[in-house]
Write a protein that binds this ligand. Structure first.
Ligand SMILES: [Zn+2]
Length: 403
């Protein structure tokens, strides 16, 4: 037992060191994965806590994204192989697969196999209890916070693994949060402000079972700081005039806040978001700015900027409905997409807009062209996202699947 604990401690230490190691794939021998129908390199990378670039490098895939069903891929396992502590248990539902359960809990098939001593991952049956290893914290039995510590500008996924419940309601930091029923659990998405107070924030969850009996759990969620960079911006005098017009800035922010407050109760998107274009990031989400030598703002950049030539196409990152398309003074030509459940995305400073309000867009639909309209110093796309009215880091949504 003591030996096992020491081994675990070493693995945990290894995982910590791994974060800082420049060549993570050297840390452990790779394992082999056989490509299944419906797989993408991206989904495989997510599942094994690695990146598409790492998998491509290890398998010599070059620039190709094509993989074939049955193809064997080497997977860097430095991260995924660490045995995680059991966090909760799950009862297998009809039509479940280990793959779906792993995705839902943000873990891997391998981790489920190891923890449950499964001789054959294809043989799980309805009613079987599985221990779920998860990187998430189980705050109470059946309640999972993913990630376990929320961070400024991040999206917190709260899951209640109780399919038997008739309803689930919640409050986070004094704001109501909506829970959605999914196969085998309920979930809610919470956007954490990029300038949220560090420390703990109250979360209460009220569950009601089929007989009408309710109970409320109160827990606290830790919010960690994100180390946002600071950037000095120089603007020409004509644009400084716009910047100094606080009434205008506040009016436009209020107009936008009203748009993203109108949550559609149905989910329109599925899977991870795609980048709206494949340009170089010129300013990250949350970067705190000083304009023309002025003071550094307390609350940083409200999106991710991509520097691109004028006229470069901008594509919808996920399914959604156009809820705003028009010219604004600060954000220039702006499009706002509603993806449902309080998730919105927006595109600023466009040269031209190629969609209309009310139109449905699919991932990859051309929505506009890169420009420099509004308060902008050069051609670029500014991409913002909101969850429940809070700006969140859009790039997190390209790396993460909300199950
Ligand atoms: Zn920007």
């Amino acid at each position: 037992m003591r030996l096992a604990l020491r081994a675990l401690a070493l693995v945990v230490l290894g995982a910590v060191v791994f974060v800082f190691a420049p060549t993570p794939t050297d840390a452990a021998p790779p394992e082999t994965y056989t490509v299944q129908a419906g797989d993408t390199l991206y989904a495989i990378a997510l599942r094994y806590h690695t990146t598409v670039a790492e998998i491509k490098k290890l398998n010599g895939l070059g620039t190709s994204d094509t993989i074939l069903v049955g193809q064997k891929l080497l997977i860097p396992t430095a991260n995924a192989a660490a045995p995680l502590p059991a966090a909760t248990s799950y009862v297998v539902q009809p039509d479940d697969t280990l793959y779906r359960i792993a995705l839902r809990y943000g873990t891997t098939i391998r981790a489920l196999e190891q923890l449950n001593d499964l001789p054959n991952p294809n043989l799980i049956s309805a009613g079987q209890a599985l221990a779920i290893p998860t990187s998430a914290t189980v705050a109470k039995p059946g309640l999972i916070l993913d990630p376990p510590t929320a961070r400024q500008g991040g999206t917190l996924l709260i899951r209640v693994a109780r399919p038997d419940l008739a309803s689930v309601a919640g409050m986070f930091n004094g704001e109501k949060i909506a829970f959605i029923r999914a196969a085998g659990y309920w979930y809610a998405l919470v956007g954490i402000s990029r300038c949220a107070k560090i420390g703990s924030a109250p979360l209460s969850i009220t569950t009601t079972d089929a007989t009408g009996k309710s109970s409320t759990d109160a827990i606290s969620v830790s919010i960690a700081a994100t180390a946002f960079p600071v950037d000095a911006i120089t603007l020409p005098p004509s644009k400084v005039t716009i910047l100094q017009d606080q009434a205008l800035i506040q009016r436009e922010a209020a107009q936008l806040a009203a748009i993203v407050a109108q949550a559609t109760p149905t989910r329109l998107w599925s899977g991870a978001f795609q980048q709206p274009l494949s340009g170089r990031i010129t300013e990250n989400f949350g970067t705190r700015r000083s304009y023309n030598g002025g003071p550094v703002g307390a609350c940083g950049h409200e999106g991710t900027d991509f520097g691109m030539a004028a006229g470069s196409p901008i594509y919808a990152p996920a399914r959604g409905r156009v809820v705003f398309a028009g010219l604004t003074q600060v954000r220039g030509n702006m499009t706002v997409l509603d993806h449902g459940l309080g998730v919105f995305s927006a595109y600023y400073h466009q040269l031209e807009i190629n969609v209309q309000v009310g139109q449905m867009v699919e991932p990859g639909t051309l929505i506009g062209k890169v420009g420099t309209t509004g308060l902008s110093t050069g051609n670029h796309l500014h991409w913002s996202m909101w969850v429940n009215g809070e700006y969140v880091d859009p790039m997190e949504w390209t790396r993460r699947i909300v199950p």
